[in-house]
Unconditional design. Structure first.
Length: 179
């Protein structure tokens, strides 16, 4: 459905980024601290239209937020573990209870509802084995409905990235940019 038909039907139009928007998104994924002037130069715009486009991307929800990535090892968070959790029953109430419980825990970096053997996969980061034991024994195992917990330790982080893969058109003009 095109934008004019969406407007008539009372449906909010879907934001469709153009090539310049993709370049902005690619640049900000690489460095969210770029000033508007630097970003504008990077994507071949003047500052005012660049800022308008960034605000449009934010309003459309393509840019959710800006964050600073910290080094967990330098902060003493040396244990990274993946925990598979199975529930007794996969009913809405049990799922909600579990999800609300893990949302409240800072050491849970990611939580996914899964298919397969386990119901959930968590990525947890803690400072040491004692902290992990306390998290599992004193908290995770006490969540109502939890029936099985299996942990796998990350020995080495081979790849970690936060940038999402964007269409090739977002990269082609950035790849050849001279600084």
């Amino acid at each position: 459905m095109d934008k004019s038909k969406q407007k008539i039907a009372g449906i909010a139009p879907i934001f469709e980024p153009d090539e310049t928007d993709w370049r902005i998104l690619a640049a900000l994924q690489g460095d969210a601290r770029l000033t508007n002037a630097d970003l504008a130069e990077h994507v071949f715009l003047s500052p005012s239209p660049c800022l308008r486009r960034v605000r449009d991307l934010e309003q459309a929800g393509l840019i959710r937020r800006y964050v600073t990535l910290l080094d967990p090892l330098k902060l003493g968070l040396t244990v990274s573990v993946f925990i598979q959790v199975s529930l007794e029953k996969q009913m809405r109430g049990a799922l909600d209870t579990f999800e609300n419980s893990v949302l409240a825990r800072d050491e849970v970096m990611e939580c996914y509802l899964m298919t397969g053997d386990a119901d959930y996969l968590l990525r947890v980061v803690v400072s040491d084995m004692q902290s992990l034991e306390r998290f599992i024994v004193d908290y995770l195992a006490k969540i109502p409905g939890v029936s099985n917990i299996r942990s796998s330790f990350a020995l080495k982080q081979v790849k970690y990235k936060t940038s999402l893969p964007l269409p090739a058109k977002a990269q082609k003009t950035l790849r050849y940019r001279v600084k």
